[in-house]
Design a protein around this ligand. Structure first.
Ligand code: GLY
Length: 355
């Protein structure tokens, strides 16, 4: 027990005993509740999780959180107040907000099988989220226009995360100053690092960025276009996409002047009722032709019946994209076109581009 740091206390609000233990050798922390425990691996030591669990507790460990970096806990030996607060309120007190529901679904209900057996807690980044897709030929990188996706299912950025409920382009938040900083601090170093590792990347890179108070940070990378961002961004591309792809393949992006149209584009996602949870399929869709007069309707989760009827066949069913001289005009056109489309329990957000 000598190499443990232990603190015990009774939380007055929750009447829950929590105990923080730190095992120096592995840089693991244990937050112990009456019935369950949460093991935090700071990612610093050579941590054998099982060994750490055996060492730290004789009670069931309900979750293991990894990749908690030393910086985030201030480099001192106390369990960080941030995680303590979060864990006490969300985990131990019996109040189960979304994050804990997600953990329960993964670990108790086994929703994602073996891949749901570890919880990764990462730095909480606060700020507007902006997507920048970029063409890359292995040596050179050309960013496309910026865009913004809306990941939450319901208006006001409420509800569960989805693949994206709508997007617009360009993002007013992505100023020329931020663009310059991203190029210097994120985009070019990414391309250089992949080249240095002997894996030069050719294709489209997706930079998911959070514009925090400390500057832009990467939330995620993808080696693809974004959906629904792509539907909005490519609408404003003037240069032939095939020429760009050829330049990516041939390593000649630096010779190509990629041009963009003025104005803005907006894509609204029309989803099945219940998405991103369970939803019905096979519902007939009407109004596609009328909507097509005002916008382009991309089919994401549809199926064509023998008689030509289009049926729903997925969670995100359609992406309705329109352009305009400015963002408001593009948004209005996309919603006007959407007004023609109907299927049972159709769900879409009414505030795309406006929150
Ligand atoms: N819209 C998010 C993504 O494509 O990953």
């Amino acid at each position: 027990m000598d190499d443990w740091f232990t603190r015990e206390r009774i939380d007055e609000d929750t009447d829950v005993l929590s105990e923080y233990r730190h095992w120096e050798e592995t840089h693991c922390y244990l937050l112990r509740g009456r019935e369950r425990s949460l093991l935090i691996d700071t990612g610093l030591g050579i941590c054998d999780i099982r060994q750490a669990v055996d060492r730290l507790t004789d009670r069931p460990v309900a979750a293991v959180a990894t990749h908690i970096h030393w910086d985030h806990i201030g480099g001192h030996r106390y369990f960080p107040e941030f995680y303590a607060h979060e864990a006490e309120l969300n985990w131990l007190s019996g109040g189960f907000p979304l994050s804990v529901e997600a953990v329960r679904a993964m670990m108790a209900d086994n929703k994602f099988g073996a891949s749901g057996s570890t919880v990764v807690i990462e730095e909480c980044m606060v700020g507007p989220e902006v997507t920048v897709l970029a063409f890359c030929d292995g040596k050179h990188l050309v960013p496309m226009l910026s865009s913004q996706d809306h990941k939450r299912a319901y208006d006001g950025n409420q509800g569960p995360n989805t693949g994206g409920m709508g997007a617009f382009c360009p993002s007013p938040k992505y100023t020329p100053e931020i663009a310059e900083r991203c190029m210097k601090e994120i985009f070019l170093p990414t391309v250089a690092a992949m080249k240095a590792e002997g894996r030069p990347f050719k294709g489209v890179i997706y930079f998911g960025l959070m514009l925090t108070q400390d500057g832009p940070k990467v939330v995620e990378y993808n080696a693809r276009f974004g959906d629904p961002e792509c539907q909005a961004v490519l609408f404003l591309l003037e240069t032939d996409l095939l020429d760009i792809f050829l330049a990516c393949r041939n390593g000649t992006l630096d010779h190509l002047n990629i041009r963009w149209k003025d104005g803005a584009a907006c894509c609204l996602v029309l989803a099945s009722g219940g998405y991103p949870g369970s939803y019905a399929k096979g519902l007939p869709i009407t109004g596609l032709e009328d909507a097509g007069q005002q916008a382009v309707v991309f089919h994401a989760g549809t199926k064509l019946g023998d008689d030509g009827t289009v049926f729903t066949n997925g969670g995100r069913v359609l992406g309705v994209t329109a352009t305009g001289p400015d963002l408001n005009a593009a948004i209005d056109s996309a919603y006007a076109a959407t007004g023609h489309i109907h299927f049972q329990d159709m769900h879409f957000r009414t505030d795309i581009g406006r929150v």
